[in-house]
Design a protein around this ligand. Structure first.
Ligand SMILES: *[C@@H]1O[C@H](CO)[C@@H](O)[C@H](O)[C@H]1NC(C)=O
Ligand SMILES: *[C@@H]1O[C@H](CO)[C@@H](O)[C@H](O)[C@H]1NC(C)=O
Ligand SMILES: *[C@@H]1O[C@H](CO)[C@@H](O)[C@H](O)[C@H]1NC(C)=O
Ligand SMILES: *[C@@H]1O[C@H](CO)[C@@H](O)[C@H](O)[C@H]1NC(C)=O
Ligand SMILES: *[C@@H]1O[C@H](CO)[C@@H](O)[C@H](O)[C@H]1NC(C)=O
Ligand SMILES: *[C@@H]1O[C@H](CO)[C@@H](O)[C@H](O)[C@H]1NC(C)=O
Ligand SMILES: *[C@@H]1O[C@H](CO)[C@@H](O)[C@H](O)[C@H]1NC(C)=O
Ligand SMILES: *[C@@H]1O[C@H](CO)[C@@H](O)[C@H](O)[C@H]1NC(C)=O
Length: 395
């Protein structure tokens, strides 16, 4: 009940709200379930003036836009520019993402720049972003992956705001960073929205039939106004992944259509964040995970965890939506980054790994979450590029 109230009140003040919500991702393996990790989604909203179609840029090395596909490209070593902040310089980083503080010996993972094939990402200017966010709320909604992206965004902007003019507040299910002089806030709302899968086997990807706990999404869904609830809480039914995923996304889409005011709110949708659980996928013959990986994968790569079928379903559902949702396709670029996960230098169920656990990477490496500074900074650079382009065009 409490949560529902929170969500409703967020929505009613949405005229100046950069609202965020998300969609469902199936949990496809035991690791994920054990680590208590949840689904992703993300919505972002802004006043109507920013919503118009963006122009196609003439220049060949154009800014991001309809003319530039940022999902194709490569990671370039750039230790001059990166990282854009450090663990020490950002007081808001959590233990979960602070890999250096937790003993990670290498820091190469912080120093790569994403270079799209057909364009350049604009230089991230925190003052400019604050300007754009002025009088608005930018809200990340989802699970711990979104939380990492939220932390990244806060760290990317906070250094330009003097002490006393910024605040960080944690209240149950929410975290709020405020830049007072801009009347802007960057927020995270904990709302994992999932369909849990219990029958997956870490090494048997050919299993198409999976058991899905419908009550999981039911329970989570209750906190979201207007979510159509399928199945009773004691129901366990069998679905194949595709069906279950489509169902979950349709539920999400229905929710969006009945709750988002497209005149005042803008939705951004993050594609799946990949995992690197099995090293044989990039290093045939090996049997490890992302632990001790220090470099991105070179050349083309797509892990088995990121399903094209699911991508296609997302695409279909976004296209059918009556509201305009911008899809941020970060899966491919993140697929290369086997080196950038927290591995054994993070937390498990909210508690830092012990020395003994760290010594057992086969069992304890987390190959799903990301160290910061790191890959989520690039996701935010892409989000920034979209905001910047719309802003420029309408000023
Ligand atoms: C973008 O580039 C990627 C990788 O090169 C490709 O798979 C994808 O289809 C492209 N998307 C569009 C919309 O052109
Ligand atoms: C940056 O990387 C280059 C090439 O690896 C290296 O020679 C140089 O020392 C590095 N600079 C810094 C500041 O780390
Ligand atoms: C982060 O880890 C340190 C060291 O274990 C611990 O003292 C601190 O309470 C942790 N912080 C949070 C917010 O959990
Ligand atoms: C600050 O922003 C909020 C929305 O986030 C808006 O409701 C409020 O009117 C703004 N206050 C001022 C003083 O501009
Ligand atoms: C994978 O799962 C399928 C369906 O349950 C089963 O028939 C097959 O034997 C399994 N393969 C392995 C290698 O366990
Ligand atoms: C999943 O189930 C649906 C509906 O039962 C069916 O149409 C579809 O072909 C199945 N997909 C796979 C990959 O088995
Ligand atoms: C990490 O990998 C390097 C080679 O890339 C190897 O020499 C080293 O022993 C590995 N460390 C551990 C702890 O496995
Ligand atoms: C996202 O990017 C991947 C790889 O670059 C591509 O295969 C996929 O079709 C894209 N998804 C959508 C929905 O555009």
């Amino acid at each position: 009940m409490r949560r529902r109230t929170t969500v409703q009140s967020l929505i009613t003040v949405a005229t100046v709200l950069l609202l965020i919500v998300g969609t469902a991702r199936l949990l496809l393996d035991n690791f994920t379930l054990k680590s208590n990790d949840r689904q992703i989604f993300q919505l972002y909203s802004e006043p109507e003036v920013y919503r118009q179609r963006t122009p196609v840029f003439a220049s060949s090395k154009a800014q991001i836009g309809e003319s530039c596909n940022v999902s194709g490209g490569k990671w370039i070593w750039d230790n001059k520019t990166y990282p854009v902040y450090t663990e020490e310089s950002c007081p808001y980083l959590s233990n979960q993402t602070s890999c250096q503080r937790n003993g990670r010996p290498d820091s190469f993972y912080q120093k790569w720049r994403w270079q799209p094939d057909g364009c350049n990402l604009p230089w991230f200017d925190p003052l400019k972003l604050l300007d754009i966010l002025s009088g608005k709320r930018l809200m990340f909604i989802g699970d711990s992956i979104q939380r990492g992206q939220f932390e990244s965004m806060v760290c990317m902007v906070q250094s330009v705001i003097p002490e006393g003019k910024k605040s960080f507040q944690t209240i149950p299910t929410m975290e709020i960073f405020k830049a007072e002089e801009y009347n802007a806030s960057i927020e995270f709302y904990w709302a994992p929205f999932i369909v849990e899968s219990i029958s997956d086997h870490a090494t048997n990807h050919t299993v198409l039939k999976r058991l899905v706990y419908l009550d999981s999404i039911t329970n989570q869904g209750k906190s979201w106004q207007g979510v159509d609830i399928h199945g009773s809480s004691d129901d366990i039914k069998e679905y194949n992944v595709t069906t279950a995923y489509r169902w979950a996304l349709e539920t999400w889409a229905n929710w969006l259509e009945s709750n988002i005011n497209p005149l005042t709110q803008k939705v951004y949708f993050m594609s799946m964040s990949p995992k690197h659980l099995w090293s044989w996928e990039w290093k045939p013959g090996s049997n490890e995970n992302c632990f001790n990986e220090s470099y991105p994968i070179q050349g083309s790569y797509w892990g088995t965890g990121s399903s094209f079928t699911i991508m296609k379903i997302i695409q279909d559902i976004l296209q059918e939506l009556k509201i305009d949702v911008t899809f941020l396709n970060i899966t491919q670029m993140s697929e290369y980054r086997k080196d950038a996960h927290t591995s054994v230098y993070g937390e498990r169920r909210g508690i830092l790994l012990t020395k003994e656990q760290r010594a057992d990477p086969k069992k304890f490496a987390d190959c799903m979450h990301w160290c910061l500074p790191g890959v989520p900074d690039t996701w935010n650079e892409i989000l920034y590029a979209h905001l910047l382009q719309n802003h420029r065009h309408f000023l």
